[in-house]
Ligand binder design. Structure first.
Ligand code: AMP
Length: 222
């Protein structure tokens, strides 16, 4: 059975980039609540319409909606074979709900990786980042651009700058992070699941090797 991981960290700390690499290489389901919400928004579903204003303002979507979305994704993506959670949980009630959802399935989290990055780098990195609106592949205009401008290397989808990656919205998302998400560091630390991981540089083999060694050493059976 594959590992069950959570990537925790401020917006722009590298959760999306590394979750994608880990899930691809280790064959784990990638569950990214931001990507799932963006897909609902793009398809103009009722849920998409409901979450639009929260996302545009850089506020957190209410827990109830977010938990329902994750419950569905855990089933849809066959998460019993292992998964990487990216951007979820973001609040203590979400973490508690996740614990219950997993317990019902006889599963548990193996490790929570807390990506640590200097806040000045984080703002710069977020303002230049890009994303494929079709498959969620992250890019960065400065050091990780797609081969053909505006086109995803993996699926040919449109690569765009996220409308919530502005300095003003990012400040709000950082506030939400400090207020609601940072308490999860203690929450998972107290459960002996948290490992800190310094991610200040651009993606590199050195970072990958360090990260994979950490995952392979986590207590669950790969
Ligand atoms: P992300 O792509 O992870 O940066 O998420 C983009 C936006 O989606 C966030 O700013 C929130 O508005 C919303 N969102 C994503 N994940 C969550 C979550 N776990 N709880 C609440 N809101 C979320």
């Amino acid at each position: 059975m594959g590992k069950r991981l959570i990537l925790l960290g401020a917006p722009g700390s590298g959760k999306g980039t590394w979750s994608k690499i880990i899930s691809d290489e280790k064959g784990l389901a990638h569950i990214a609540t931001g990507d799932l919400f963006r897909a609902e928004l793009a398809a103009e579903t009722p849920l998409g319409c409901e979450v639009k204003s929260y996302m545009e303002q850089g506020a957190l979507v209410p827990d109830e909606l977010t938990i329902k979305l994750v419950e569905k994704a855990l089933t849809d993506k066959n998460a019993s074979n292992g998964f990487v959670l990216d951007g979820f949980p973001r609040t203590i009630p979400q973490a508690e709900a996740l614990g219950e959802l997993l317990e019902k399935r006889g599963l548990a989290i193996d490790v929570v990786i807390n990506l640590i990055i200097d806040e000045s780098i984080l703002i710069e990195r977020t303002l230049s980042r890009l994303v494929c609106i079709k498959c969620g592949q992250p890019y960065n205009a400065k050091n990780m651009a797609p081969a053909v401008e505006g086109t995803c290397d993996h699926c040919g989808g449109n690569v765009v700058h996220r409308s919530d990656d502005t300095e003003e919205t990012l400040r709000k998302r950082l506030e939400a992070y400090h207020l609601s998400t940072a308490p999860l560091i203690d929450y998972y630390g107290n459960r002996d699941l948290l490992v800190a991981f310094s991610n200040d540089g651009p993606p590199s083999d050195e970072t990958r090797n360090r990260l994979f060694a950490l995952i392979d050493g986590a207590k669950g059976k790969a």
